[in-house]
Design a binder for this molecule. Sequence first.
Ligand code: HEC
Ligand code: HEC
Ligand code: HEC
Ligand code: HEC
Ligand code: HEC
Length: 343
Amino acid sequence: MDKLTRFAAFTLLGLLAAFVAYVFWDSGRGAGTSQISGSPSQINSFAFKSHTECRECHPQYYEEWQRSFHAQAWTDPWVKQSWACYADQDCKNCHAPMPVMLNGRKPTLAPRTDDLESGVNCLTCHMSPQGVMAPEERQITMAKSCAPVKNDLIATDAMCWECHPNQYDDWRGTSFYKKGQGCKSCHMDQMDRPLVPNGPTRKTRVHFWKGAHTFTFIKTAYDFKFVPTPKGLEVTLMNTKSGHFFPAERHNRALWVEVFFYDDKGAQVGDMVKWTIREGSNLPRNVRSLDIKPDAQVSNLFPYPVASGKAKVTLKFDYFYADEDEYTRILEDPAPVAFKKAE
Ligand code: HEC
Ligand code: HEC
Ligand code: HEC
Ligand code: HEC
Ligand code: HEC
C-alpha cells in the first residue's frame, strides 16, 4: 500500500470509530431524542436554498470562505481518496453537510445529496428555518437584506463542537477556555469592515479558518527551546499557545525532532537521533504517542557523543506518519549550537 492509501485506511478507521462514538454519545446528551434526520427537501422551506445566493451581497465573505478548507471539505484530494476507499454516507455529515440547524430546534448533522463540491458552506453554518443565523442583533437599515436573526449557536462556539468534538473537548478546562478565548478568537481573525459593499463598518470575523494547512499558523501554536546544558542537549516543546492538544488533530498528524552532532572539526558524529513526539496513525502498538496537552510541555535530554562540538536540531511536522516525505513541514531549523560536556 502506498502512503496515501495507508493514510486513507487509518483515517477511515479512526474517523468511523470517532463518528460511532459521537453518534452514541450524542444520543445520550440533552433532552429528548436526537436522530440523524433531515431530508434535503427541507431546504426548500428556507429563505435561501443555495450558498451561491450569499455571494451577491457578501462577496468578500464568499471569497474568503472559498479559499478555506471548509469550502474544500469535499474536494480535498485526501478526503476524496479516503472516501473512494470507503463510500459511506457518514462522511457527508461533516464534509458535505446540510444546515446544522436544519430542524430549527437542535443542531443535527445530516448529509447533502447534491452540490457536494461546496463542502461546509454558508448554509451549513448560517441557515435555519427561522432565517439566516447571526451572532448579534443589529439594527439593519439597508433596503436589501437577508433579515438575519440572532442565534446563540453561531454567537458562541457551540456550532464548532458539532463537527470538531475532539478539539472542543480538549479545549474545555484549558486556560484559554477560562479566559473566554474560544475557537473563533484564534481561527477567525477579527476585522472592522462592512458586511456588504457600501454598508456601515462593523466588527466582523474573517471567514478563513486558519489551521494546520497554514504553515505560519502552526508556528504560533508552541514555544520551542533547546539548551546545550553540561549534561546534554535539552530540547523542550511547550504547548502554551494552542487552545487544545498540539498537534490538534488526533489521528494522523506527526511531530518529531531530529538531532545531529558534529565534532570540533565539523565532522558528523554518529547517526541522526530522532525523538518522535507524535507518530501518526501507523503507531506501533507498544509505542505511546506523546500528545502535548494544552498548557503542558514535553522535553528530552540528548547526551553528547563527544566532549565538545556543535549540535543541530530541527522540529518537523507531517500530515501523516513521522517520516520525511513531500508533505513534511520544517517548523524549526535554527543554526547549530556549540556544546561542551561536563568534565
Ligand atoms: C440581498 C442581499 C443579501 C443577501 C442575498 C444575503 N445577505 Fe446577509 N446581509 C445583507 C445586509 C444588507 C446585511 C446587513 C448589513 C449591515 O447592516 O451592516 C446582512 C447581514 C448579514 C449577517 C450579519 C447579521 C449581524 O447582525 O451580524 C449575516 C450573518 C448574513 N447577512 C449572512 C448571510 C448569508 C449566510 C447569506 C446567504 C444565505 C446572506 N447573508 C445573503 C444582505 C444580504
Ligand atoms: C464528525 C464529523 C466528521 C465525519 C463524520 C467525518 N469527518 Fe473527516 N474530518 C472532520 C474534521 C473536523 C476534519 C479536520 C481535521 C480534524 O480536526 O480531525 C476532518 C478531516 C478529514 C481528513 C483529512 C483532511 C486533511 O486535509 O488532512 C480526511 C482524509 C477525512 N476527514 C476523511 C473522512 C472520510 C472519508 C469520512 C467518512 C468515512 C469522514 N472524514 C467523516 C470531520 C468529520
Ligand atoms: C458541519 C461541520 C463543520 C462545522 C460546523 C465546522 N467545521 Fe471546521 N471543518 C470541518 C471539516 C469537515 C473540516 C476538514 C476540511 C478538510 O481538511 O478537508 C474542517 C476544518 C477546519 C479547520 C482546519 C483548517 C485547516 O487549515 O486545516 C479549522 C481550523 C476549523 N475547521 C475550524 C472550525 C471552527 C472554528 C468552527 C466553528 C465556527 C468550525 N470549524 C465549524 C467541518 C466543520
Ligand atoms: C489559543 C488559540 C486556539 C484556540 C482557542 C483554538 N485553536 Fe484550534 N488551533 C490553533 C493552532 C495554533 C492550530 C495549528 C496547530 C495544530 O494543528 O495543532 C490549531 C489547529 C486546529 C485545527 C486543525 C487540525 C488539523 O490538523 O487539521 C482544528 C480543526 C482546530 N484547531 C479546531 C479548533 C476548535 C474547534 C477550537 C475551539 C474549541 C479551537 N481550535 C480553539 C489555535 C487555537
Ligand atoms: C463553519 C461555519 C461558517 C461558515 C461555513 C460560514 N460562516 Fe459566516 N459566520 C460564522 C460564525 C461563527 C460567525 C460569527 C462570528 C462572530 O462572532 O462575529 C459568522 C458571521 C458571519 C457574518 C456576520 C459578520 C461577522 O463577521 O461576524 C456574515 C455576514 C457571514 N458570517 C456571512 C457568511 C457567508 C456569506 C458565508 C459563505 C460564503 C459564511 N458566512 C460561511 C460561521 C460560518
